[in-house]
Design a protein around this ligand. Structure first.
Ligand code: BES
Ligand code: ZN
Length: 636
């Protein structure tokens, strides 16, 4: 393992700020990294680069290389039960213990070569779970763990038939990133451990199981499904879903799985997936994962999407009828390169996954839908980034963030995404698109099927782009982007001509020179509406809100993103005509990005809190554990 020490705090700040010439930070005085620690503390406080602070596992001694699951899905008890066989290699020939991660698992026994062996399950840490230490016989190279999950497993959501679209059959899905695989499989739950896997999943006969592995859409529905993932992947990409699923092909290598009711709408909405796949391969190198299918989940799925290999998991909230929100598909597809092929070694390095992916997403959108769409999305992304820079503490604005002692779920922000993408766009602008694309091709090839740290990336940059383009790139500037808060001065500024007409309309309306109905908005696309709403002043009068709603029927907008922006404005200005829709929205959608800002805004006033409590109480049983965890603080 590539353990190297770096310092955080005063020294790092001094090192970096001292040597920036053309790159003064435009962050405010409060946006400085913590300088309070004396240099004597720094030795102790150093981050071990490459150390995974979110896993108890010991891959430096014994490394798991293959997983074989045999699990029964028991909907009545809401548990998965069965066995996990882990094959391992000794990195240290003298190693006698295999240490795994678990959370809320009941371990029934461990065997190796047919014999019962000893193990110890430690007391649980509040968010890391409990280490499972297994005593390994000298000649063993695999163990079999019999176990079952808890009905409250943090990485599994169990839906009753009433909570599905079809209302007839139950549904189950897992969501492992960042550290939830351990709540449904005992394993080395660290992104720097890659393993191949196979699985037998036993379900009620009428249901279909799918995984982030080889899937057979035409397989007989007999309740026993077999999978194999022959490429080595990190644990956070292991995924399973079970339900009354059906399949529709969208192209040679692409298709969609979902409940029957939305299958056609989904296949229609995402019909450009095959073209996206072809364009991305052409620009950034071969797709390594055979097929690329989508699984559309029930609306309680807590994310927009999750890049489970060969089968991205997708929220149904982006099925807008006009492909306006399909950048999500480009994003999850792009992870097939940045994330699934080249993987962050620790959660501190998440920006290597999400920043590269966000950059690639913009590029894919430009290739498929053209410059105007690309520019609008880039401006909206830059605004999301600015909102976080304006509100997050300085340390949380750092791409290579110090996550020691923190739950990764609690640190979700636009920083690794949009700041990462902006950084890469700056590199692209400095060296030219052609050179940058060559660099990306080389990067994906060099680190294919490896898990890498930020430091390894910086070293690679030094050996490649930085060496070839030293006149326009400097290491200091790169380190400022990665290790400092804020966005460096002179960073690229995304611009969109399509938005200037929106600015003009909004300004005229705010000045009172025109009524909302007089705005020439007939040809506006969803992005223009989002830009129109997201840039309203914080306070609007009731008359203004009524005028907008009357002219544009915003309260009944069918687009979930537009509805979100409007509902947020409505909460912040106590616009009561929107509150029935708000309640419906909060009780029918569990995607955190859409509901969290609403709960947060409601929690600011006593009357709002009452509404939030009512919606949360009604929705809680149908929310994913992560959505519950993220929002329950707002209703207490
Ligand atoms: N891999 C992420 C989801 C994730 C990140 C889960 C970190 C847990 C920890 C996925 O690719 C993602 O970024 N989803 C975004 C998509 C959006 C940026 C287009 C989402 O769900 O909002
Ligand atoms: Zn992502």
């Amino acid at each position: 393992m590539f353990i190297k020490y770096i310092v955080v705090g005063a020294l790092a700040f001094a090192m970096l700020s001292g040597c920036s010439d053309n790159s003064s930070s435009n962050t405010t005085a409060s946006a400085k990294v913590d300088q309070s620690k004396s240099s004597a503390d720094l030795g102790k406080n150093a981050i071990q680069v490459g150390k995974d602070y979110h896993s108890f596992a010991n891959p430096e001694s014994i490394k798991v290389t293959h997983l074989s699951l045999d699990l029964t899905v028991d909907f009545s008890k809401k548990v998965l039960l069965g066995t996990a066989q882990l094959d391992f290699q000794r990195v240290d020939p003298k190693a006698t213990q295999l240490i795994l991660d678990t959370r809320d698992l009941t371990i029934e026994g461990v065997t190796s070569m047919g014999k019962v062996i000893n193990y110890d399950l430690a007391n649980a840490d509040s968010f890391l779970g409990a280490a499972l230490t297994i005593e390994i016989p000298a000649d063993a190279n695999s163990v079999v763990i019999s176990y079952q999950t808890s009905p409250n497993a943090s990485g599994v959501q169990w839906l009753t038939p009433e909570q599905t679209a079809g209302k007839k059959h139950p549904f189950l899905f897992t969501q492992a990133q960042a550290i939830h695989a351990r709540s449904f499989i005992p394993l080395q739950d660290s992104p720097q451990v890659r393993m191949t896997y196979e699985a037998i999943i036993r379900t009620p006969k009428e249901l279909l199981a799918v995984m982030s592995a080889s899937n057979e859409p035409d397989t007989e529905r007999d309740g026993v499904y077999e999978f194999s993932m022959p490429q080595a992947i990190p644990s956070y990409l292991i995924a399973l879903a079970v339900g009354d699923l059906h399949f529709k092909s969208m192209g040679e290598r692409t298709g969609v799985y979902s409940e029957k009711g939305i299958l056609n709408a989904a296949a229609e909405e995402f019909s450009d997936t095959e073209s996206m796949l072809i364009a991305t391969e052409k620009a950034f190198g071969p797709y390594s994962w055979d097929r690329y299918d989508l699984l559309i989940l029930p609306p309680s799925f807590p994310f927009g999407g999750m890049e489970n290999p060969r089968l991205s998991f997708i929220t149904p909230t982006v099925i807008a009828g006009d492909k306006s929100l399909v950048s999500l598909i480009a994003h999850e597809l792009a992870h097939s390169w940045s994330g699934n092929t080249v993987t962050n070694a620790t959660w501190r390095d998440l920006w290597l996954n999400e920043g590269f992916t966000t950059y690639l997403t913009y590029r894919i959108m430009q290739m498929i839908y053209g410059d105007e769409r690309f520019e609008m999305e880039a401006v909206l992304g830059r605004q999301d980034l600015q909102a976080d820079i304006d509100s997050l503490p300085a340390n949380d604005q750092i791409m290579a963030i110090d996550l020691r002692g923190r739950d990764p779920d609690a640190v979700f922000s636009n920083i690794p995404y949009e700041k990462g993408a902006l950084f890469l766009r700056e590199l692209e602008h400095k060296v030219g698109r052609e050179n940058f694309d060559q660099f990306l091709l080389g990067y994906f090839e060099k680190f294919a099927f490896k898990s890498i740290t930020t430091d390894q990336f910086v070293n690679y940059l030094e050996q490649t782009l930085l060496k070839d383009h030293s006149a326009v790139l400097s290491k200091q500037r790169i380190e400022q982007w990665i290790f400092q808060p804020g966005v460096p001065a002179d960073a690229p500024i995304p611009e969109s001509y399509a938005f200037s007409v929106v600015d003009e309309a909004r300004d005229a309306w705010l000045a009172g020179s025109i009524q909302a109905g007089e705005i020439d908005s007939e040809k506006w696309v969803v992005h223009q509406w989002l830009y129109f709403l997201n840039n309203m002043p914080e306070k609007l009068s009731q008359e203004q809100l009524v005028d907008l709603d009357k002219a544009f029927s915003l309260t009944s907008s069918k687009n979930n993103e537009i509805a979100h922006s409007w509902l947020l404005i409505s909460v912040n200005n106590w616009y009561q005509p929107a509150f029935t829709r708000l309640h419906d929205y909060l009780t029918s959608i569990g995607r955190n990005k859409l509901v969290k800002p609403l709960y947060k805004a409601l929690s600011q006033t006593p009357e709002g809190k009452v509404m939030a409590q009512k919606a949360f109480a009604e929705a809680k049983a149908g929310y994913h554990p992560l959505t519950v965890k993220t929002n329950e603080g707002f209703v207490q």
